[in-house]
Design a protein. Structure first.
Length: 331
């Protein structure tokens, strides 16, 4: 016997008879349904206050809507694009934004990031891609709050409150944020630097978090950047940045420190470190990662489209700035 869904009329009858105290067997007999159908309906849609037919029908309609695969994803080229790029490190939001650039005249190659997320968790054809999300949870849930960091004393530290206000606007190139990524059991480290306007990432391995080694790594990583693109760096309060004065003198560049417990003041760096963690998850022994391997990952991240850049890549935006600067000098 084929399964037939309960109708709004049936649900109204269930509510009335349930309020009268009728048993599930009696309700099932009156409606011509199996007892387990009534039992399942009351368990699924009932509340502590009883059974409400209107609310039950609304919940049923929403579940039906959620379980249907998106018709958008029946378009094979669009589905193939998602299968090709999501495992490469793209987020659903980046995929949705990039499609408009790559297929400007094809309306079928359009999809919202929310539709992609929904498909990953409701469409059996797509569930295998969940593992490639930044946070590959078996079920969707709200993102929790991040952790803040304690700021130890650093000699001659200059606080973020003294940093030029223009840095907050992200209207110019040359303002960087710096941090370190730590390997398992504090074995192996990566010094990371992100330019706030273009989101360009530079990274270099260090064997320790000693301030002298970290300072040298930062100097070497930024020394080939044009001086016009080196204005400020904002670090967190880790002691590995205690040699900030050596960095400021060598590059040269102005160095500032975020407030304690305020990682959001270096949000660009924190988010970019999250991208690195997709390649080197927590628990990775970074001593086994070579600088050459790290360079490959950095290049891949710098060639990914970013929402803040209008779905252009950090490399595209940074190189466009350099070319514009060269043209201005030769004009």
């Amino acid at each position: 016997m084929p399964y037939v869904h309960l109708t709004p009329f049936c649900r109204g009858q269930i509510q009335g008879m349930h309020q009268e105290g009728k048993s599930m067997t009696a309700i099932a007999a009156a409606l011509g349904k199996h007892r387990t159908t009534i039992s399942r309906e009351l368990a699924r849609n009932g509340t502590a206050r009883g059974y409400d037919a209107a609310k039950a029908q609304k919940c049923y309609a929403q579940r039906r809507k959620d379980c249907r695969p998106s018709k958008k994803l029946d378009h094979q080229p669009l589905r193939a694009y998602i299968f090709q790029n999501l495992p490469s490190g793209y987020t659903p939001e980046q995929l949705a934004g990039r499609l408009a650039h790559e297929y400007p005249d094809d309306s079928r190659m359009r999809i919202s990031h929310e539709t992609i997320y929904k498909a990953l968790y409701t469409d059996e054809r797509m569930r295998c891609l969940i593992q490639h999300l930044a946070q590959a949870r078996p079920k969707r849930r709200k993102r929790g709050q991040g952790k803040s960091r304690r700021g130890p004393s650093i000699p001659n530290r200059v606080g973020i409150e003294k940093r030029p206000a223009i840095v907050d606007t992200r209207s110019r190139i040359g303002d960087w944020e710096g941090d370190t990524v730590v390997g398992s059991h504090h074995q192996g480290f990566i010094a990371t630097l992100v330019e706030r306007h273009t989101l360009l990432l530079r990274a270099r391995k260090t064997t320790t978090k000693q301030a002298e080694e970290v300072a040298q790594a930062i100097i070497e990583e930024l020394q080939d950047i044009p001086s016009s693109c080196l204005k400020t760096i904002t670090f967190d309060n880790g002691t590995e940045f205690a040699q900030h004065e050596a960095i400021a003198e060598a590059l040269p560049i102005d160095v500032y420190f975020a407030d304690p417990y305020a990682s959001y003041q270096r949000g660009t760096n924190e988010n970019t470190n999250g991208l690195l963690r997709r390649y080197f998850p927590k628990g990775t022994d970074l001593r086994t990662v070579t600088q050459e391997q790290l360079d490959v990952v950095v290049e891949e991240i710098n060639n990914r489209p970013r929402k803040k850049l209008g779905y252009r890549t950090p490399n595209e935006v940074f190189q466009a700035h350099l070319q514009a600067s060269r043209r201005a000098l030769t004009a």
